[in-house]
Write a protein of this length. Structure first.
Length: 254
């Protein structure tokens, strides 16, 4: 595993590095890589930009073969390969150098440790694949300046199949929606879905905060909708609210 190096005397480990920085300044940091195995192992160590997983959201970092373009380029003095004896910990110091033209707002990345030796995974009797294990500590860097949180509901897709005999046939559908972060702050909106038909409200559910959506990224979500109403009209309303109090709505009727 990899974690920010705890200060002397600390009894708890902290999983993220979070900084407020100013353009043109440098900030020393340190991470600790722990080898829990009994044998000595080699690892790649590198800085990477973060991105939002498109389907279902989620925080992820770019791989070793992808050249960073944002906060990953601000990290210096990381050794390319580290060797750690079994059951030992190694502390690695590095520097975050913020460029003078850094854009104000929240930037995200990670300090990544990746096994140099892959695991051989058997898929079937004829196929095997190599899996490289990658773990990272998140790196949140907020460049001082104007923070402008904003997001949009890019679309909503309501699936409502119509069988020949809707009154006697069970039908299940789904509600898909797309959220894009158009500001410079990391967002995790709360979602409320409400569905009404000619008899009243048939679905009114609030979903907790989605996974983080990084600035400039898009995430899609799919909610199952069982037992569709047999007769209409049906009205579907989606309301998304961010931690900054911003609210966006979209509706669909059929």
């Amino acid at each position: 595993t990899i974690l920010p190096t705890p200060p002397a005397g600390a009894t708890k480990l902290v999983g993220d590095i979070s900084l407020i920085v100013f353009p043109g300044h440098s900030y020393p940091e340190s991470v600790s890589v722990i080898n829990y195995a009994r044998t000595t192992a080699k690892f790649w160590l590198y800085a990477a930009d973060a991105y939002t997983i498109r389907k279902g959201g989620g925080f992820a970092v770019r791989g070793l073969g992808t050249r960073p373009k944002d906060v990953g380029t601000w990290v210096s003095k990381l050794p390319r390969v580290i060797t750690i004896p079994g059951r030992k910990q190694q502390n690695i110091q590095f520097t975050i150098r913020v460029p003078t033209n850094a854009i104000p707002g929240q930037h995200a990345g990670g300090i990544v440790v990746e096994a140099t030796t892959p695991q051989l995974i058997r898929v079937n009797s004829r196929l095997r694949v190599k899996r490289y294990t990658q773990v990272f500590t998140r790196l949140y860097v907020t460049v001082a300046g104007r923070i402008v949180p904003d997001f949009e509901i890019d679309g909503m897709l309501v699936s409502h199949p119509q069988p020949p005999f809707p009154l006697v046939t069970r039908r299940d559908g789904s509600i898909a929606y797309y959220l894009s972060n158009t500001g410079n702050a990391i967002l995790a909106p709360t979602i409320r879905l409400k569905v009404t038909d000619m008899f009243g409200t048939i679905l009114d559910k609030t979903y907790p905060e989605t996974s983080q959506i990084l600035p400039g990224d898009l995430a899609s979500y799919d909610v199952p909708w069982p037992n569709l109403p047999a007769v209409g009209p049906v009205h579907v309303s989606l309301t998304a609210t961010s931690t900054y109090g911003l609210t966006r709505t979209m509706s669909y009727s059929y």
